[in-house]
Design a protein around this ligand. Sequence first.
Ligand code: ADP
Ligand code: ZN
Length: 430
Amino acid sequence: MFWDKSAETIDRSALEKLQLTRLQETVGRVLKHVPFYQQQFAQAAIPSDVIRELADIRRLPFTTNADLRAQYPRGFLVGDGGGPVRLHTSSGTTGKPKAIFFSRGDIDRAANLAARCLVMSGNTDRDILQNMMTYGLFTGALMMHYGAEKVGMMVIPAGPGNSEKQLLLMQDFSSTVFHTTPSYALYFADFMEKKGVDPRRDLSLKRAFIGAEPYSEETRRKIEEAFGIEVYNSYGLSEMNGPGVAFECAAKQGMHLWEDHFLMEVLDPVTNEPVPEGCPGELVLTTLCREAMPLIRYRTRDITSVVAEPCSCGRTHRRIRRITGRTDDMLIVRGANIYPQQIERILMSVPGVGRNYLICLSGLDEMTVKVELSASEFDGRVERLVHLQTQLTERLRAEIMVKPLVELVPPGSLPPSEGKAKRVIDNRAL
Ligand code: ADP
Ligand code: ZN
């Protein structure tokens, strides 16, 4: 099923033509309205008609997170009649917020992209979406909400947290879909278990959209098993509309990135050169249709790679693989480069491990990984726990080249997260 079949299955040459026209329009727009880009182009002596073909994108300057903060609050706003009608800010996981503006048309386009994602993953107007993402300044809940309403789904704008109420709504209104972060999905699975709820028996859930923070295939499987559902990976960022930038189809082999709205590059974050197709690099995105706040070559800092093969679903928009981390998530511990996700992948693949964990760095370079046990393991015999601890320590050491101290803690004892999870506490005396 398609939401917009001609756009989703457009042939590559027509898509590239469309991208070129839209890129030229976008460059024209920022040069007319945004002093930041006027200066950048002038400084690098880039002519205004620089874009003759798509490859010319590489002659354009980058836009970084720091630029967005430096231009806060209104530096990137195009104020030419077309809007804005809305302000959002990024959730600020990495510092001061960034202001993102939307025109009426921008909101409508974002909703249509979310609708593509929802229909692509099997939703119809008979589905009921319990939207557990944060409403408000964060784009996470609203854009998916609008998309679902376009599809004709019934939306329950539950917002995050308050697990008692979530469960009540889920039971009483037979929600078929939920949308949340991986950390809250796992926390909620624990909550249901404690309440003696068997989702396969007591609930009507079929699928979930999980995103807003990195997670592994192992975590996907854990969520799928706990709820008896299909989990679809959902990727987006406020700077590019919020959710609905890239999303999995039924094949669940990477996320289709809507290339008629975003021009994607995957670059080596150090040399800024494109990586060979299929190799990991930093995702850099240029908006192709944004009115109120077009962005050129925005450095997402998210690390991914492109799936080269065409997809069996018939969509021609290329897929990106699961985000493996952010360039600025990387921890350096005793000289080793470590991404929290490497640790998560190991933890979630070992039976007996529960659903929450925390990485604590202290002293000079000491790493402690606190791991919740699963409910069944908690009553286990001491020898089994010692075995589990040794097994985790060894597997982590083999993966990250640093031997951490593994601390097993009771289920539910680590702080739960409602919005984005904080996985690392860094108290090192550096
Ligand atoms: P920020 O966290 O920078 O304040 P956002 O709230 O817009 O801003 O979050 C966007 C970021 O969340 C992305 O750049 C990415 O790092 C992360 N993210 C979103 N969806 C996913 C996903 N499915 N997998 C991994 N990371 C994701
Ligand atoms: Zn597909």
